[in-house]
Ligand binder design. Structure first.
Ligand code: IMP
Length: 231
C-alpha cells in the first residue's frame, strides 16, 4: 500500500489500508469489561504500558503499571513465553490484590533457531539495553541471508492470584530483520523489524498503526473476544 497513507485515519474513523480494530467498539458497551476496569500490568516496560493503555482505553479498561504499587519485577526463569507470563501475572495479582495482565513477548528469528526468544529483553546481557540487543542481533545475522522473524506475545489475564482459569491468548507478527536500524518509534527491536507489506520498519509506523498490526494487538483482540463471552 501507499506508505505515505499508512496510518492515516480516514473520515470514517478507519485507518487507511488496514483493518482497524480499536476505533470500532460499539459492540462493547462501557459495562462489558467493568469487572476488569482496573488492571495491574505486570511489567515496568514503558513501551508495553503505552501500547496496552492505548489499545484498552477505548474499552474503558485502565491499565496501571505494577510500579505504581512498588511491585518489583519477578524472575522469568521459564523456557516458554506462556509460563513466564503466568509467573508475572500471578506475582502482580498477589502483591496488588487486583486482576493482573501480563505480557511475555519477544522476537524469534528463524535462522537463529528462534533466538533471542524468551531472552529478548536481555539478549546482550545485563543491564537491559535495546541498543546493545539490536547490535548483537545485527552481528549474529551479518553473514546470513534468511532474515525472516516474528514477534510473539503470550498474554495472560488473572482475575486474582490463585485464579485456576487464567485467560491465555497469543499473537504473532511476521517480518524480516533489516541490515540497519530505521525509525525512532516503538521500542526494543522495532528499528530492525521490517513490515514487508508496508515497506517500513516497526519503528517507522505510527503508534496507531503498530497497535493494529502487532503481536500484542492480535493478542489483545483475542483477549477482548474472550472477555466479551466470559463476563
Ligand atoms: P519481556 O518484558 O520479558 O516480555 O521482554 C520483552 C522484550 O521483547 C522487549 O524488551 C523487547 O526486546 C522484545 N519485544 C517484545 N515486544 C516488542 C515490540 O513490540 N517491539 C520491539 N521489541 C519487542
Amino acid at each position: 500500500m501507499d506508505k505515505e497513507k499508512a496510518g492515516r485515519v480516514s473520515a470514517k474513523g478507519r485507518i487507511e489500508g488496514l483493518k482497524c480494530h480499536f476505533r470500532v467498539h460499539p459492540r462493547y458497551p462501557r459495562q462489558t469489561f467493568s469487572v476488569f476496569k482496573n488492571l495491574v500490568l505486570a511489567s515496568n516496560n514503558a513501551g508495553k504500558l503505552r501500547e496496552f493503555s492505548a489499545m484498552l482505553a477505548p474499552f474503558f479498561i485502565e491499565v496501571v503499571p505494577q510500579s505504581a504499587f512498588d511491585i518489583p519485577e519477578t524472575d522469568e526463569p521459564h523456557f516458554t513465553f506462556v509460563e513466564n507470563a503466568l509467573a508475572k501475572a500471578r506475582h502482580a495479582a498477589r502483591l496488588s490484590g487486583l486482576p493482573a495482565l501480563a505480557d511475555d513477548s519477544g522476537l524469534c528469528v528463524e535462522a537463529l533457531g528462534g533466538a533471542p526468544g524468551v531472552y529478548s529483553a536481555r539478549y546482550a546481557g545485563e543491564p537491559k539495553s535495546d541498543a546493545r540487543n539490536n547490535q548483537k542481533l545485527l552481528d549474529a545475522l551479518a553473514s546470513i541471508d534468511g532474515r525472516h522473524a516474528h514477534y510473539y506475545c503470550a498474554l495472560v489475564l488473572l482475575r486474582h492470584a490463585d485464579d485456576p482459569e487464567p485467560i491465555i491468548v497469543e499473537g504473532e507478527w511476521h517480518g524480516e530483520i533489516l541490515r540497519e536500524p530505521r525509525g525512532s518509534g516503538g521500542f526494543g527491536y522495532d528499528p530492525l523489524f521490517l513490515v514487508p507489506h508496508l515497506g517500513c520498519s516497526a519503528a517507522e509506523l505510527s503508534n496507531e498503526v503498530k497497535n493494529n498490526l502487532s503481536h500484542r494487538a492480535i493478542a489483545v483482540q483475542k483477549l477482548l473476544e474472550r472477555l466479551r463471552t466470559a463476563v
